[in-house]
Design a protein around this ligand. Structure first.
Ligand SMILES: O=P(O)(O)O[C@H]1O[C@H](CO)[C@@H](O)[C@H]1O
Length: 271
């Protein structure tokens, strides 16, 4: 922070293949993760590993162009708790991810506003807040029933309608698994029955940490592939398809996020 004058009020985390969002920032000050002491490294294709400060339509922002996943071998606390030190002063956190569609009404290329999550690794004791609680950041037992800010969801829906995205803008529940293997057919069927609309390997641990320190959170999933739910299907989930869909929808997703950022300030959603 000593190396930039930019004091962002909005943090953005880019999902697989969605790092183009960071390139929208003007007057950039860029730090490679490898140059930040004790910082994890991005090891996944589609995650550049850069922390980008700048302004988005005049609003000061900081963007993680590359996130960390549990399957990269980092302890969950390291994956997510590096964020508070960087993002603590931001009021808002906007997250994007690539996800497999479980909801049969969803199509590849749909953008899903996350209204809730299912934290599967958390059921097995893998919660980023495990361990001693740092009271400077937040309470020992944070509430999660309000994890995804309803005002921001509503605003994003309005922005999406205005941009003409009505046909591919959805809302739903994201389920996180630890990966890196994609899901079996039986697992996809089970997750769908449990109420998940999309499945991925990220975001939720970041949301939990962000809520712990009182940020207002908004998250989007790009449905990059259909989860395979049928034993007759020839489809096979793969990261290339994920990145390819990201490329195809990146412009629209970037426009949605950048317009949302402008509106957050315009509507004075800073309480
Ligand atoms: O969640 P993001 O980082 O967007 O990436 C998603 O895409 C990768 C699988 O293709 C996994 O890392 C999954 O979590």
């Amino acid at each position: 922070m000593a190396q930039t004058d930019i004091r962002p009020r909005i943090g953005i985390v880019c999902g697989s293949g969605l790092g183009g969002l960071a390139n929208l920032l003007k007057d950039q000050v860029v730090f490679n993760y490898r140059d930040i002491p004790n910082f994890p490294q991005s090891t996944v294709h589609g995650h550049a590993g850069r922390l980008v400060f700048g302004t988005l339509k005049g609003r000061p922002c900081v963007c993680m162009q590359g996130r960390f996943h549990l399957y990269e071998g980092y302890p969950i606390q390291k994956v997510s708790r590096k964020m508070p030190s960087m993002l603590y002063h931001q009021r808002h956190l906007i997250l994007t991810n690539a996800a497999g569609g479980l909801n049969q009404d969803f199509k590849v290329g749909d953008i899903m506003i996350m209204k809730d999550h299912i934290n599967m690794p958390g059921f097995a004791g893998n919660n980023p807040l495990s361990g001693p609680n740092d009271e400077r950041f937040g309470t020992r037992f944070p509430c999660m029933s309000d994890a995804y800010d309803r005002e921001l969801q509503q605003l994003a829906m309005e922005v999406g309608q205005e941009l003409g995205y009505g046909d591919f803008l959805r809302e739903g529940v994201y389920c996180v698994l630890s990966g890196p293997s994609f899901e079996t057919i039986a697992e996809c069927r089970m997750l769908h029955r449990l109420g998940a609309d999309a499945v991925g390997m990220s975001t939720v641990h970041e949301v939990i940490v962000a809520r712990h320190c009182g940020m207002r959170v908004f998250a989007l999933s790009l449905i990059t592939n259909q989860a395979v739910m049928d034993y007759d299907s020839e489809e096979k989930a793969n990261h290339e398809e994920v990145l390819q869909t990201g490329k195809q929808r990146s412009e629209q997703l970037e426009r949605l996020v950048s317009t949302l950022v402008t509106r957050i300030e315009h509507n004075n959603i800073y309480a």
